[in-house]
Design a protein around this ligand. Structure first.
Ligand code: ACO
Length: 321
């Protein structure tokens, strides 16, 4: 038994922040941002618009695409690092908004790898027969964590949500997932406050995401390169058997390096970076939904999803659509 993706959906907040807008906020240029990262604009949640607000339309679109209703969903698993509240978790907030009652609903936190981690967990519930219809979401409002006066980070991130519905199938499906983490890299990318380190409302707005961009870049290329080769080897398949690479959208140069390792032309890589920026856990399901809805990704094709993020965490999924 496999878990198969039966439908996808995504949502981006309406507000767009272009590189030209950023030129007015920090000492940067459109040319620098485009050439160093590949990003031209990003969508930003307006004040009061939460991660769950973005997840709801993404989930509804995935449910519509799969032809399932609220009564069918029996598991909700959300990857997010930017929950509306510490608790209840985004899974249960989403459950309430979708009019679903009683099923297990939770969030997990693996930064930009959050969706791959959530997919890996949910597909096991489906494969073991414990879920017949799972809603898996990657949703983030990372813009809330960013110092908008720090040009080295604020130009990179955006907000959004993507979702998939998983159903049991005798045909693959999610063929394999591969999850990794190494906490020795924790200082490369992190948010310096949390509940048990003394976060309180008085401190809100003073702590921001911190990143050693250059070092993250190097580790990302190495770990992503390794995990895509691990995925191919685990399934005994060749690079040429991958129809589409759907990578985490952090930096076009990282994506190009991974495509090169797979000997894939960029025409077979789904890239949404220019218009979405880095939406963390939302970036892969957003890219997947974009590729499916514009007709590039077709039923029966083989996809390689690969992500890395703070932790550091990284992972992949080999998927037959
Ligand atoms: N505009 C203009 N100049 C800038 C900007 C900016 N927005 N940001 C930095 N610079 C300057 C720096 O100050 C530096 O100047 P200096 O040489 O005078 O000191 C110069 O540009 C070069 O800076 P670098 O950091 O070396 O630039 P680099 O080519 O490495 O690109 C970048 C930076 C885009 C951040 C790159 O390192 C990167 O993408 N790293 C990976 C980051 C990443 O993927 N993060 C997300 C991880 S996923 C997650 O979990 C959230």
């Amino acid at each position: 038994m496999y878990a198969r993706i039966a439908g996808t959906g995504s949502y981006l907040p309406k507000k767009i922040l272009t590189n030209a807008d950023l030129e007015k906020m920090v000492d940067t240029t459109d040319e620098w941002i485009k050439s160093r990262s590949g990003i031209e604009q990003r969508h930003i949640a307006v004040p009061g618009e939460t991660t769950t607000d973005l997840a709801v339309p993404a989930a509804r679109a995935a449910m519509a695409a799969a032809g399932v209703g609220p009564a069918d969903i029996d598991l909700i698993c959300v990857g997010t690092t930017t929950p509306d509240l510490i608790f209840p978790n985004v899974g249960t907030l989403l459950q309430q908004r979708l009019g679903i009652h009683g099923c297990a609903a939770f969030s997990l936190e693996a930064a930009c790898s959050g969706f791959i981690y959530a997919l890996s967990v949910a597909e096991k519930f489906v494969r073991l027969g414990e879920s017949k219809c799972a809603l898996v979401v990657g949703a983030e409002t990372l813009s809330r964590m960013v110092d908008w006066t720090d040009r080295s980070t604020c130009v990179l991130f955006g907000d959004g949500a993507g979702a998939v519905i998983l159903k049991p199938s005798v045909e693959p499906g999610i063929i394999s997932t591969h999850l990794h983490a190494d906490g020795k890299y924790k200082d490369l990318l992190y948010f310096p406050e949390g509940i048990s380190t003394g976060f309180n409302l008085a401190g809100q707005g003073k702590a921001f995401l911190r990143m050693k961009g250059n070092e993250v870049y190097k580790v990302a290329v190495t770990t992503l390169g390794r995990v895509v080769l691990e995925t191919l080897a685990a399934n005994g398949i060749d690079k040429s058997q991958i129809d589409w690479l759907v990578p985490h959208q952090a930096n076009i140069r990282i994506i190009e390096a991974i495509a090169k390792r797979l000997e894939m032309p960029m025409e077979r890589v789904i890239v949404t970076l220019a218009t979405h920026g880095n939406t963390s856990a939302a970036s892969i399901p957003l890219a997947l939904d974009a590729g499916i809805r514009d007709g590039r990704i077709k039923p029966g094709q083989q996809l390689l999803l690969a992500a890395f993020g703070g932790g550091l965490t990284w992972g992949s999924a080999l998927v037959r659509l």
